[in-house]
Design a protein around this ligand. Sequence first.
Ligand code: DC
Length: 218
Amino acid sequence: MTIPVLTIDGPSGAGKGTVSRLLAKQLGWHYLDSGSIYRSLAIAALKESVDLSDVNAIVAVAKAMHLGFECGDELVVKLNGENITAQLGLEQTGNAASIIAVLPEVRAVLLQKQQDFKQLPGLVADGRDMGTVVFPDAPFKVYLTASSEKRAERRYKQLKEKGIDANLTRLTSEIEERDRRDMERTTAPLSMASGALFIDSSELAIDAVIQQILKLIQ
Ligand code: DC
């Protein structure tokens, strides 16, 4: 029996996480937040004081790490049994994840861990290369983006709401630097999969994005 997969790729802050989680819930499908796998590896590497450009050391950490995902209202991630959820969303974690994600050897080790999420009754997979590399045969593909200014504004609001001090200009330039790194790397760069539905969420509410994607599936 074929297992349906919906891939949602796009740059950071476009709303992929929120949209994917809501869709997975609505469809009753599993959810893969592939960024959290790269983020968890970055946390594991930083904990072990591994140099982020030391390929062999990062690959060793990737092979040894055990990740547990508990999907309730909020995604809880455990690294070797330790709850690391609070560190996952930090800017420094995302930036470190983007740096190690450039390494092809690292991506190769993480590939199977991601493909293992494909299980009945279906999967919503969110990331950068879900439709191009990890699930190239997925029947439903979306590329979700928004302007870097809008993405930085949303991130700024989220951080402020959590009581975390943030600087909009710095957030915008970090987002643009991350986009560049994710799009310009040689292996599995962020790009739109052929046949993907393109959605620019700059001026769209989450619900409107979800409706467009549900139409694609139904
Ligand atoms: O989606 P995110 O912000 O949690 O991802 C963090 C970083 O991980 C992102 O900047 C690049 C990397 N990543 C990747 O290379 N491929 C993926 N499928 C998902 C994330």
